[in-house]
Structure formats: structure tokens, C-alpha cells
Unconditional design. Structure first.
Length: 157
């Protein structure tokens, strides 16, 4: 047998005429997500010519802020809970966090400002193993580390 196979057809030709199509691994699995635009298009497709359907397309801008604490920056919204590097304060105490950007869209203001937050609790994160090794030198060091955090809830921006 040569490169054409047993039947005289090359493997490239078989691939070209094969009815089987492979699904790309990047294809989403599961039902498609419904967004406001997709729902609007579905309803518009079934709209009767004489019927009056009042559809109101609202754009609600959420106010957000970018805060800086513990040398890191976080984008936050009202009512959001997040874990930040350890801050001093007991659970239930109110704190002010420095804000770099306040507002949303065209109303965003950069610079000074504070965000009111409440300390929910303190804890320690997952253990991270630090392993050092130098091959052929009989040198191995293993050390664990757990980073402390404070969970806060954003009250007011």
C-alpha cells in the first residue's frame, strides 16, 4: 500500500468528503446566555403588526469605586463583600477606605475620596507551599504560608 491507502483515495480526500464535523474546543457548552438585547430581539421577532407592546430599554449605571488598601486596588460596588489584605479593626466596626476613582461613566471623579465599609471578619487564606530545590546538591527546603485577610462589606460610595 502506498500513500493513497487501500482504496486508492488519499487521506486528505477522505477528510474533505467526510460528513463528520468536529466541534471546536472553544465552543460554549450548555444553553446560551440570555441578555437584555437577546430577549428584546426574541420578543421583537414575534411581535404582531397590530399589537402594541411597550418595551422599555433601560440602562442602569451602577456607581462604583476603585479603592486602594494593602498595596492593592479593588473595583467595588455598593453592598459588595470582598477580601482585602489584613486591616486593623474588630468585626462590626466601621472603616473608611481610600478611593482612587468614584462614580460611573462620565460622572467618574478621580482623586481624593473615601468609601465607607464595615469589617465582617478576619481570616487566613489557603496554604501556599514554598518548595526550594537545587538538583544534584541534596538541597531541599519546604515551607508553608497562609496570608491573612479581612473581609469587608461596602456600605456607601
Amino acid at each position: 500500500m502506498g500513500p493513497t491507502g487501500a482504496m486508492g483515495i488519499s487521506h486528505r480526500a477522505i477528510r474533505r468528503i467526510s460528513p463528520i464535523r468536529f466541534i471546536s474546543p472553544a465552543a460554549p457548552i450548555g444553553p446560551p446566555r440570555l441578555t437584555q438585547d437577546s430577549v428584546f430581539r426574541i420578543i421583537s421577532a414575534f411581535r404582531l403588526p397590530g399589537a402594541i407592546i411597550a418595551l422599555k430599554r433601560e440602562t442602569v449605571e451602577m456607581s462604583y469605586a476603585i479603592i486602594k488598601t494593602g498595596g492593592k486596588q479593588f473595583a467595588v460596588e455598593d453592598g459588595q463583600k470582598l477580601r482585602v489584605p489584613t486591616i486593623e479593626g474588630k468585626a462590626g466596626s466601621k472603616i473608611d477606605v481610600e478611593a482612587l476613582v468614584l462614580g460611573a461613566g462620565k460622572d467618574a471623579k478621580s482623586g481624593g475620596g473615601t468609601v465607607k465599609a464595615t469589617v465582617v471578619g478576619h481570616g487566613r487564606g489557603e496554604k501556599v507551599i514554598v518548595f526550594k530545590k537545587k538538583r544534584r546538591k541534596q538541597y531541599k527546603r519546604k515551607q508553608g504560608h497562609r496570608q491573612g485577610y479581612t473581609e469587608i462589606k461596602i456600605d456607601k460610595i
